[in-house]
Design a protein around this ligand. Sequence first.
Ligand SMILES: [Zn+2]
Length: 270
Amino acid sequence: MPGALVLTAHGDDMEFFAGGTIALLCERGWDVDVLIATDNSRGTFELSTEQMFGLRLKEADAAAQVLGVRSVSCLDYPDGFLCETPHTTLRGQFMDAIRRHRPGIVFTWDPWAPYENHPDHRAVSWAAMEAASFAHFPLYYPEQLAGGLEPYYVPEVWYFAKNPVDVNKRVALSDAAIQKKIDALCCYDSQMVLTLRDHQIAIESAPYDVPRITGLDPHDYRAYIDHTVRRGALRAGREAGMEYAEQFRRTRWGGTERQAPDGTIPPDPV
Ligand SMILES: [Zn+2]
């Protein structure tokens, strides 16, 4: 059974943008491994960096259990400052993970999606896209090959984005899959408090109030997250005639599918 590798910046990125799809792949027997580049240590309005550092793997592991993910690991670069890590270092670490896991699909941030304000998302997107594009070139990071790894061609990359462009793959989410996505997100207690509180602060800066948001206790976020996730999934599904969906820009087989003889492309796993 093929596997998938998720290369991401923060603990909750994958769950927000691909959690339902990952749950479906795991349900279908795929091995999914997740590599998180940062230590999640700045995503809070109320905890210390040390407290956040202590939570980073605990929350990610709990979410992984909900989704059925096989492994989660962190590179532990400081949250928000990934741009200070040399680009070629991060790219090499992602390439090492690709050559180690040899995934059928890499999931990551889209370097071409517009309006991305988070520097860690931008840093991961470029490093991961390049790692996936060149992991089969033996003279890139040859020390990895000397250590026993082999070059590997990544057949498919599924990109997620806050503002997706050129969407060419939508995954219909079952009721169980969207529920797992919500449950997995709620494992990130620190990040869900942050998500709701951040929304409240934005409204508080405006000349109006939205009491159904500002009236909430940020620690009582479950109904808010449930509503937000379902509304996004409904919007993604609407255009494709699906109820709930997640959407991706997908590249596969280096664009050679245009040359595929009729009937030779197998159905998608999800
Ligand atoms: Zn993030």
